[in-house]
Design a protein around this ligand. Structure first.
Ligand code: A2P
Length: 279
C-alpha cells in the first residue's frame, strides 16, 4: 500500500497530497471503487451532492475498517442550496446520506455569482466549522474576485479552492493568489479527462525519461506545483499508479514545458465560474 504525504492547511488540519476523484461513479460501482481506493492507500476522497454518490462514498468509508480520523472525506454544497439556512439544512442532508457524523472538508461547489448568495453560504459554513461539524471549509471554482469578497465580508478565507487545473489550463494567476493567501489548491480533472493531454510529446518524453506513465508525469506536475490532484479511476491498477507519484521528481525545465502547454482558455468543459450556474 502506498501512502501520500500531507499538506498542513491554514486551519491546522492536514490534507493528503493526492486524493481520489469519484465523479461520475454512483451506486455499487462507486462503493467498489472507493473501497478499492482506500485499500490502495487513498486517504482523501472527493464527493459532492451533485455527483449523487454521497451514500456510496459513505458506505465505502464506514465499512473500510480504517480509523475514521485517517480519512478526509470531501463533499460540496450544490447551487440550489445557497443561502444561510439552506446551507445548514443541506449540510445535514449530506451527513445523513454519508452516514457520518462529520465532514472533513466541506466546499461550496460553484459560486453562482448570478444568485449572489455564496457569502451567506460561507457564513453558514464558518458556523459549521466553529461547531466542529465541518473540520475544514473551503470553496470550489472561485475566482480571485469571489475569494476576496469572502475575505472582506466575513474575515475568513477558505482553506482550499478546488478548481479545474491540468496542463491545458494551469491557472497561473489564481495559484499565485492562493500561495499569497495560504489557500491550498486542489485540481479537478487533473488528467484533462477526454482530451489528448496524455499524448503531448513533452509529457510522453518525461514519462520515458523517468520510467513512469504519462498520467504519473501529469499528476507529479500537480504535486510539484503544490496542488492536490483528484484523479478519478475505478480501476485498481490505475488507482495504485495514480498514488505512486512520490518516488521521482520532474526537473524545473520539465515543469516549465508542461505548464507551457496551457492555452488562453484551456477549460475543457466550459465551466467558467463567472457564467456557470449550478443547480
Ligand atoms: P478510468 O476511470 O477508466 O480509469 P480526470 O481525473 O482528469 O477526470 O480523468 C479521469 C479519466 O482519466 C477517466 O476516464 C479515467 O479512466 C482516466 N484515467 C485515470 N487514471 C488514469 C491513468 N493512470 N492512465 C490513463 N488514464 C487514466
Amino acid at each position: 500500500m502506498t501512502s501520500a504525504p500531507t499538506h498542513l492547511l491554514a486551519d491546522g488540519n492536514s490534507l493528503p497530497a493526492v486524493g481520489l476523484g469519484t465523479y461520475p461513479l454512483k451506486g455499487p460501482d462507486a462503493v467498489a471503487a472507493v473501497s478499492a481506493g482506500l485499500r490502495a492507500g487513498y486517504r482523501l476522497v472527493d464527493s459532492a451532492v451533485n455527483y449523487g454518490n454521497e451514500d456510496a462514498v459513505g458506505e465505502a468509508i464506514r465499512t473500510a475498517g480504517i480509523p475514521r480520523d485517517e480519512i478526509v472525506v470531501t463533499t460540496k454544497l450544490p447551487g440550489r442550496d445557497h443561502g444561510y439556512e439552506s446551507t445548514l439544512a443541506s449540510f445535514q442532508s449530506s451527513l445523513d446520506r454519508l452516514g457520518l457524523e462529520r465532514i472533513d472538508l466541506y466546499l461550496i461547489h460553484w459560486p453562482n455569482p448570478g444568485d449572489d448568495r455564496y457569502v451567506d453560504s460561507w457564513r453558514a459554513m464558518v458556523h459549521l466549522h466553529e461547531q466542529g461539524l465541518a473540520r475544514s471549509i473551503g470553496v470550489s471554482n472561485f475566482t480571485e474576485e469571489y475569494l476576496t469578497r469572502l475575505q472582506s465580508e466575513t474575515g475568513v478565507l477558505p482553506t482550499v479552492n478546488q478548481v479545474e487545473l491540468h496542463p491545458y489550463f494551469p491557472q497561473l494567476a489564481l495559484r499565485e493568489f492562493h500561495e499569497l493567501h495560504n489557500i491550498r489548491t486542489e485540481s479537478w480533472s487533473p488528467l484533462g479527462k477526454g482530451s489528448d493531454v496524455l499524448t503531448s510529446p513533452v509529457i510522453v518524453r518525461a514519462a520515458r525519461t523517468h520510467g513512469v506513465t504519462e498520467a504519473q508525469v501529469v499528476l507529479r506536475w500537480h504535486v510539484q506545483l503544490g496542488s492536490v490532484p483528484l484523479p478519478k479511476s475505478a480501476d485498481p491498477a490505475r488507482q495504485a499508479q495514480n498514488l505512486d507519484i512520490f518516488g521521482f521528481e520532474l526537473t524545473s525545465e520539465e515543469i516549465e514545458e508542461i505548464t507551457l502547454l496551457g492555452r488562453p482558455d484551456g477549460r475543457l468543459f466550459g465551466g467558467d465560474p463567472v457564467t456557470h450556474n449550478e443547480q
